[in-house]
Design a protein around this ligand. Structure first.
Ligand code: SF4
Ligand code: SF4
Length: 252
């Protein structure tokens, strides 16, 4: 049985991690996080993680530490057509247990609202919040994030309350904050590609895999454009990190 099917079966009894990471990028915090040996990247740090749900105890450390937001917890024990999904949340606005939040898919599109079952942090000083949201079972494998609201076109966008010491990174590879991107869009970078080139969002290791959807959302919110109008930007080769030795002709 493949790991996803195993996780789906195991989730009937309670929370289990699901790893949705197929990118060949130099990354392994998930392996470091897991004390049960359920996630293994191995010596080739660019290899996608291998995942064994049978070893997982549902602790959530990997969800908290994965920088790509590529791991979530799935819990099907509630039954009645509902599942609980736990995802990382790093926005400034607080979410409270008992309230509601928007469940977002992997492309940053809203699936609909769900009930927040609980919020938690894994350790002292940890800023990532784990949010457990209850949603219809058909969204079980689609939810990748939560938001307290979804921007609508024409909605006033507050820029002045942002304090730089509370940095919120939109692009982690190039360390570009969301407020910087909004300022650029506001002052006249009215093409997504120009905004990308100037800000360097999407030009780092991940090549926009993790940040392009967020950049488009911020851009559309500030410039009152539809996502289709904003377009997408091309990922330039090499589309995956490669070893220098391979470029030099060595077959390793
Ligand atoms: S939830 Fe805990 S036990 Fe399961 S894979 Fe993640 S770190 Fe390992
Ligand atoms: S992005 Fe997340 S799941 Fe993928 S290798 Fe990095 S830490 Fe692991």
């Amino acid at each position: 049985m493949d790991p996803w099917s195993k996780a789906w079966e195991k989730a009937v009894a309670g929370a289990v991690a699901v790893v949705d990471c197929s990118e060949e990028i130099p990354c392994n915090p998930c392996e470091q996080a897991c004390r049960m040996g359920a996630i293994v990247v191995g010596d080739d740090i660019c290899a996608p993680p291998r995942f064994e749900p049978d070893l997982c105890n549902g602790c959530g450390r990997c969800v908290s530490l994965c920088p790509g937001m590529a791991v979530f917890l799935l819990d099907r024990s509630a039954g009645a057509g509902k599942v609980r999904v736990t995802v990382p949340y790093e926005m400034r606005e607080e979410l409270q247990g008992g309230g509601e939040a928007w469940a977002m898919d992997g492309e940053g599109k809203p699936l609909g609202k769900g009930k927040i079952v609980k919020t938690a942090k894994m350790g002292r000083g940890e800023k990532t919040v784990l949010v457990t949201i209850e949603v219809p079972e058909e969204w079980a494998l689609k939810v990748r994030g939560v938001r307290n609201r979804v921007m609508t076109l024409g909605e006033p966008y507050e820029l002045d309350e942002y304090e730089e010491e509370e940095k919120c990174y939109l692009c982690r590879c190039e360390e570009v904050t969301d407020s910087y991107v909004r300022e650029l869009a506001k002052v006249g970078f009215h093409a997504l590609r120009a905004l990308r080139r100037f800000s360097r969002v999407g030009l780092g290791y991940c090549q926009g895999r993790f940040c392009q959807a967020m950049l488009r959302e911020e851009f559309c919110a500030v410039t009152s454009r539809e996502p289709e109008e904003a377009g997408t930007f091309k990922v330039r080769p090499p589309i995956r990190p490669v070893k220098i030795s391979r470029l030099g002709g060595e077959d390793v």
